[in-house]
Design a binder for this molecule. Structure first.
Ligand code: 5RP
Ligand code: ZN
Ligand code: CA
Ligand code: ZN
Length: 214
């Protein structure tokens, strides 16, 4: 669709997008940036305007090359058994990481460094030793896209990676849920759309992305 094409073009230039997955899934809108375009100011916007968890979604191939398994396979604790989610068959969580040149890892400067270095790493996945560059645990959550991308799972993880692929960017995108400061719940699609219009950021429905790129 023309809407998806226009959003992809803006994304390619570093603009964030707002993406609502589906009413019958999480029913959440994430603020999504290409990881390579993330500045400290962008991290500030993510934590102040979005307010959810700041994560970097990687393609399955990149996660595989770096040996980044799903968190539920890594954790050897009964709490990681039987992960029934109300909205999907599995969570896409992998490790949490910091770039080794960060100090605490949480500041806007530190998270922007970790995130941009993840984008750089994703563009060199076969040449780089992940553990040389990053340490775990850290302050940026990694997400691992399903091998079949949108044909297999339709979360923000896959929607974001599909948009990066369409924009011919490294398959590393930041996603963070937009929360409503009044209610503490997910920001409604109407309010997310209004935020997008105020800032001149594209707003997309998951279904539009799946239809065009799926
Ligand atoms: C991590 C999450 C978010 O929902 C994020 O959008 C990634 O998950 P999914 O691919 O399931 O939508 O839970 O904060
Ligand atoms: Zn979620
Ligand atoms: Ca806020
Ligand atoms: Zn989500």
């Amino acid at each position: 669709s023309a809407t998806v094409a226009k959003a992809t073009e803006a994304f390619q230039k570093g603009s964030p997008l707002l993406v609502h997955d589906a009413e019958d899934r999480e029913g959440e809108t994430d603020l999504i940036y290409p990881a390579q375009a993330v500045t400290p100011e962008a991290v500030s916007r993510l934590r102040n305007d979005a307010g959810g968890l700041i994560c970097v979604a990687l393609s399955h191939d990149v996660a595989q090359a770096f040996g980044l398994a799903y968190m539920d396979e890594i954790i050897d604790h009964p709490a990681s058994e039987g992960h029934e989610l109300g909205y999907d068959s599995r969570s896409s969580f992998s490790l949490t990481v910091n770039h080794r040149d960060t100090y605490t890892g949480i500041t806007d400067d530190d998270r922007a460094l970790t995130i941009t270095e993840l984008a750089h790493a994703a563009s060199l996945a076969d040449e780089l030793d992940f553990a040389d560059e990053f340490r775990a645990p850290g302050h940026v959550h990694l997400l691992r896209a399903a091998p079949g991308l949108l044909s297999e799972r339709q979360g923000h993880t896959e929607l974001g990676v599909a948009l990066a692929n369409a924009a011919e960017l490294p398959p590393a995108v930041v996603v963070c849920e937009m929360l409503d400061d009044q209610t503490g719940g997910a920001l409604s699609p109407d309010n997310a759309r209004a935020y997008a219009e105020r800032h001149d950021f594209p707003y997309l429905e998951g279904a539009q992305i799946i239809e065009t790129l799926g």
